[in-house]
Design a protein around this ligand. Sequence first.
Ligand code: C2E
Ligand code: MG
Ligand code: MG
Length: 600
Amino acid sequence: MLSNEEARLNALHQLHVLDTQPSEGFDRITRMASHIFQAPIAAVSLTDQDRQWFKSRVGVEHSSIPRDGAPCAAVAESTGMVVVPDLLADPCYADSLLARSGIRFYAGAPLVTREGYGLGSLCVLDTQPRQAKPADLAALSDLAGMVMSQFELEYSLGRVDQLSGLPNRLQFLEDMEKLAETHPEEPRVLVLIDIAHTDQISRGVRAMGISFIDEIVKETAQVIRDSMIRKRPIYHVSTTQFAILAPEEMEQDAYLELLGATMAHLRENSQFRFLLTAALGVAPFVTGRMTPDNILRAANSAAQDARSSETQISVYSPAMDQMHRRRFDLLNDFGAALAQPGQLRLVFQPRIDLATGQCVGAEALLRWAHPRLGAIAPDEFIPVVEQSRLSKPITDWVLDTALSQLSRWQARGMDISLSVNISAINLLESDFVERVKACLAGHHVQPGKLELEVTESAMMQKSDYARTQLQALRAVGVCLAIDDFGTGYSSLAYLQQLPAQVVKVDRAFMRGIEDCERERSLVRSLISLSQDLGYRVVAEGVETAMAAEVLVEMKCDEAQGYFFARPLEAEDFVDWLIAHRQLHPVILGPACAEPALLSA
Ligand code: C2E
Ligand code: MG
Ligand code: MG
């Protein structure tokens, strides 16, 4: 625990008032005190570690005097009024510096913070001994209250967090600016303490109400203050985060060790230690080279990385940060991509019936041309976007665009079906089935011509509700496919419960089937087992003629892959179909009617 004097000094230092310039707001009060007492000397005197420093003064030349033997120190320590009618007659002060310099009378009213810490005194002094009138002392006390209000107004208003009593982010930013000016090009370290994971906080608020946050913030602020890093200024930079500037003289390794101890201290001393996990982010920086905002952001980025580390402490990594920033940018920009035409489009990859060699359908795959970053692969942006509230509009956009394309193709006589990938989260949307139905009706497409693909792993994670939705989609007549099959570790028993008709064997299996007998027999049994369960099997990622031939021999139903065609732009898809003689004879003429086999 901090001693009372340490806590008092903390409170004084956190005001950031020591050694600042005189200010008329304080001088006015000091003049009034001198006037009421008809005393030649008055001061707003603050009790620092070993000096009395005057924020405002009348009739004194020095800006500070030693603390030792000063009656103002007694006022600060006792937080009570001190009146000495005659210093020379008082054994405590007869030999004090003040008495020796000719002062006889002293009256001081305490300057007390809301938390009860005595910062110093508003004092009046006279060179004559005298008695103080009670009315004058009451006025002095009132004026001391006004001095405190002035402090709040000039130094802490909007700069100190009411809950923790610590300087806030504004103060942090300002102090960091100052540090860059006064100590440029110095290596320093900022540490960010993130009290708890957001999930833990929301669970706590749910169970105990919003005051849970107040409780944990107050408690952590106290624990950090009491901990080994208490000597540093501590900032309360966001609701549940504190920032500390490491001591400049300390090596990073030694500091990390100290932080480890601080974490242990936090863990041991919190009444919520079983509910909360604090994480610590460490951001080394060179003063003046990074903006304070960016330093804080870097420390926060490290704190978030720390959440997945064993020690819950992590040093800022530019690579990880870059990745998260990119993810953030992508998510941020994807909303605009959905709203403006031109950035998103669908490409179509043919699906081939291996028994006839005919193209029986296509998979619609999303493409994003980012205006600044260029082409972004769906494997990169889909997982990011899926976790946001954009998963709904993205699937709506894809469905609408795909069905609109399909209905135009059907109008030209192309009898194919179209597969659309959906996110597992869509299955938790209560109106999803209705939206699919409305979209089909809007584009006059038969439900049986639409196939929805959900990955195996995603299906496994979702609830019974998702399964009910799949059943409802099935009832509408939409075809369902399990995508990336074989990568999700689902059991066949589980597979059987899903109302899907198609299994798409993941492309990871295709690499081995050409030359590895084990892999080949694995795929063979995967295909025959799925077929025995009533599924139509599609092999994904078929890149070579040999792989295609092996699949034909295994009696796999369909295949899709670069060997047949890469995903194609909508117009190229039609050209491809024509080139492979798959369009209806009415369009192509009788000469082109025979099907193309694997000779593609
Ligand atoms: P997926 O649904 O399994 O799609 C097949 C992926 O394999 C596509 O990648 C396709 O371009 C690629 N591919 C096809 N043939 C071959 C081949 O022979 N060799 C290799 N190496 N790859 C091949 P793409 O377009 O990059 O899409 C990646 C994933 O992103 C998709 O995997 C799907 O899960 C997701 N995705 C794509 N479009 C959408 C969409 O509109 N909505 C949702 N929710 N997910 C989508
Ligand atoms: Mg797919
Ligand atoms: Mg797949």
